[in-house]
Design a protein around this ligand. Structure first.
Ligand code: SIN
Length: 531
């Protein structure tokens, strides 16, 4: 069964970027597509950190700008960072206006927390480390009050259809039914991709399980330019208790005095970086991974923390530890670097436009250049808000040419997924995630990356009929690995042990399309003998 859904704008994704864009498009006719029930499908809802904004008396947008540039190891688009940091304070007041209750002291002053590589306490939060959950709750209330937005829940988009680098529409389906041919063609002159990042491409991740880069995969197949795909940020403090996804212990705990420690009680960040435990994430994650590779165990030490304060300030972390039976006042907390945020993605210009006319991208699926090679903590929700608003303004101001009526061959988009192959797919998905963690993770080199490409080929070959998810994951793993092979230097979150320094020859953001990668892979040079 095929059906047609026509609207002015389709927004795919219901995290902060999708919700903010859809809300700001008022009074335009918008369809918001959510893979799950609204409010349940995004990384945003899991965000503990909060929003960075230069509200404090000792702070300014310029200092916030400078910290963002310093943390990110070059490659920023400076005008984007300027725009982001200059608009941060307005976003906080906008959110207060629509009902977000930021943490404040008795005198009604914001309480700021400190996170890595910020020179000031400037992260505002809601109910301690529950920021994402509370923000999403208010945005969902807001969007439900608008009469211009049609909300479609439990719907997934399989393909973006574009012709001559112009959007034509989307192919999607309802996930609830077991009918595989219940496709809908979404016809809209504007589509906003807000599908989030790709953390679940890795064995250890702080992202929800179904965040694996599907938006990037669809955009790539439609011919959109991608950029900076090699830059995957690992969060140093995933709680290492064998859970998937890895529960996040917010960096703000270190902002309040927690320290890294090994099994011999060495505070191992001493002497590694002047900021010690609050050094930029890439540096801390590498130090932890190095120790792990040498056979050490790595922990967070909160034994000097007051239990009540921990419960008040970090209720999410507190509950994780309680559930895991870890008494943090007596025991060290096991941690491991976990894929957390992707700085690369679908290339957008400073208006949020992709290289395909009518296709926009917002938040983690996009790459604006705001985060360079290593994102400053708590700048990502900020980017989603600032760009969501901007994209909506740009769409509202643009003259829209209507999409031509046409007939589609839906059959080519039918998923290959069958119940029996789903079990097999799970096995291959896990193999892919382990490959990415081991060979395309915190430490990379040419040998590892070539091995990864060979392994991805094997998985694709053996899995045969790829499920829609596995097909996307194979593509995303190749895109990251290909980009990592090209960048023969170390910068920010991308570290190559065979090229351990920054090189001025690579002081540029690497933009490419799927065809470029396929041309490279088809030469099969990575099959050259690897020692
Ligand atoms: C954290 O709370 O440590 C994560 C914040 C972020 O990634 O921005």
């Amino acid at each position: 069964m095929e059906s047609l859904h026509s609207t002015d704008v389709v927004v795919i994704g219901s995290g902060v970027s999708g919700l903010m864009t859809a809300i700001s498009l008022y009074p335009r006719k918008v369809t918001l597509i959510s893979k799950k029930k609204l409010g349940e499908a995004s990384s945003s809802a899991w965000a503990q950190g909060g929003i960075a904004a230069a509200i404090g008396k000792d702070d300014s947008p310029h200092i916030h700008f400078q910290d963002t540039i310093n943390a990110s190891s070059g490659l920023n688009e400076e005008q984007v960072v300027k725009f982001l940091t200059e608009n941060a304070v307005d976003i906080i007041y906008y959110l207060e206006n629509i009902g977000v209750k930021f943490d404040k002291d008795e005198a009604n002053n914001f309480i700021f927390s400190k996170e890595a590589a910020h020179s000031r306490r400037r992260v505002v939060k809601i109910n301690g480390d529950n920021s994402g959950k509370e923000i999403i709750k208010i945005l969902v209330q807001k969007i439900k009050s608008l009469n211009n937005v049609t909300i479609l829940e439990n719907v997934t988009i399989d393909e973006i259809v574009a012709e001559n680098e112009k959007i034509v529409g989307l192919i999607g389906r309802h996930l609830g039914d077991n009918i595989v041919d219940n496709f809908t063609f979404f016809k809209a002159p504007h589509v906003v991709l807000a599908t989030g990042g790709l953390g679940s491409m890795y064995e250890h991740t702080t992202n929800p399980r179904d965040i694996y880069g599907e938006g990037i995969a669809m955009a790539a197949r439609a011919g959109a330019s991608l950029i900076d795909m090699e830059f995957v940020q690992f969060h140093p403090t995933g709680l290492d208790i064998g859970l998937d996804p890895t529960p996040l212990l917010t960096e703000a705990i270190r902002g309040d005095g927690a320290k890294f420690i090994d099994e011999n009680d060495n505070y191992f960040m001493e002497g590694v970086h002047p900021e010690k435990d609050l050094a930029p994430r890439d540096i801390v994650s590498r130090e932890i991974q190095k120790l792990k590779d040498m056979g050490h165990s790595t922990f967070l030490d909160c034994r000097h923390f007051n239990e009540k304060k921990m419960q008040e300030n970090f209720p999410t972390a507190y509950n994780y530890l309680k559930k895991a039976n870890i008494d943090f006042t007596k025991e060290k907390i096991p941690i491991t670097p976990s894929a957390h945020y992707h700085m690369g993605g679908v290339f957008v210009n400073d208006a949020g436009r992709t290289s395909i006319e009518g296709l926009w991208a917002c938040g983690e699926v996009s790459s604006t250049g705001a985060h360079g090679a290593n994102r400053l903590a708590s700048n990502s929700l900020l980017e989603a808000f600032v760009f969501g608003k901007k994209i909506a303004e740009n769409i509202n101001n643009s003259i829209t040419t209507s999409v031509k009526e046409r007939k589609f061959n839906f059959q080519q988009y039918l998923p290959k997924e069958k119940t029996s192959s789903k079990i097999r797919a799970k096995k291959y998905i896990w193999q892919l995630r382990c490959t990415m963690q081991d060979l395309v993770g915190v430490y990379r080199n040419e040998q590892k990356l070539k091995k990864a490409l060979i392994e991805i080929d094997r998985i694709e070959r053996e899995a045969r009929d790829l499920s829609a998810k596995l097909k996307d994951m194979v593509l995303i793993s190749r895109l990251i690995t290909y980009a990592a092979l090209q960048r023969k230097e170390s910068r920010g979150a991308h570290f190559r042990s065979d090229y351990p320094n920054k090189s001025k020859d690579f002081l540029f953001r690497k933009k490419f399309i799927l065809k470029d990668m396929m041309n490279f892979l088809n030469k099969k040079e990575y099959f050259e003998k690897i020692a």
